[in-house]
Design a protein around this ligand. Sequence first.
Ligand SMILES: [Fe+2]
Ligand SMILES: [Fe+2]
Length: 297
Amino acid sequence: MTSAKYRSIFSPSTAQQRKENFDNYWEFTQQHGGEFLEQDRDLVVKRAKLEYFQNHPVKLRTPLAHPEAFYRNYVDMQDEPASLDKITLLLTGMYKFARHEWVGIKGAWDVAPSMANCTNLEDKISRIHLAEEFCHVRLFDEMLKTCGLDKVEWVPLSPWKEKMYEQFPKFPGLLIDTPAFVTELMGVTFYFHLYRLFDEVLAGEPEVRDRLKELLDEITIDEIAHVGQRRNFIGDTGIKVAKWLVKPFYTMFFNDIPEVGQLFDVKKMIQDGEAFDFNTVPDYMIAKSWIPSYCKV
Ligand SMILES: [Fe+2]
Ligand SMILES: [Fe+2]
């Protein structure tokens, strides 16, 4: 029997531990992403990885039967979701999830201080974090291109939703830290479920299935580190609130994406979020990611 190596992400921590963990995360994040390219909202190591994928493309053995169904439904669902084939639902659902991420970071990038104007370590960490999120959107775009979808546009949300996302990062830390953490946790939960769905939906397309997994791994490894990092912003009361927020937050967010109910078990995703403790994260991801000290046994 193997004993658990990690504690719940909702484990308590002291202010001193959190300070030390920010120092440790800062060391990690600099070597993880390499040089920060602020003008391009990019990082050297991550750019090189994306270029590798772009320079070694793989293709579907059988092109998508209904690319027009993707383009008709990817921004807003026009058809009855149950009438669409699973691969179309998978790709439109993945786009919609990534699109929310893209809108959120676009708003945050403009209000967050540039690296030169950061006055503390937390702000510097957050600046690199945002650049990583822009890399994720590029990786999602590459996933869609791998499936032959090269006319995808990243479309803003409805004006009031865009406004909401723009206002969010201007709130004081105390108010945004908890939902920001739960958002990262939701990302990790969703990506683990998405990874398993690739096996099911792309069983007849092993090259593309494996490539999508590689691209998703690049994202998930960052997101695992983000979960720990965002958790590190939160004190003892906040972390209890965060656990309580998992269910309403996941429910609200996933209700907004019609594909999710068709493809995923939202109840299980909520359970996985509430139970998250790094023990189910594969070793090859742990080796490249970051975990707060107080979540280690
Ligand atoms: Fe992300
Ligand atoms: Fe993230």
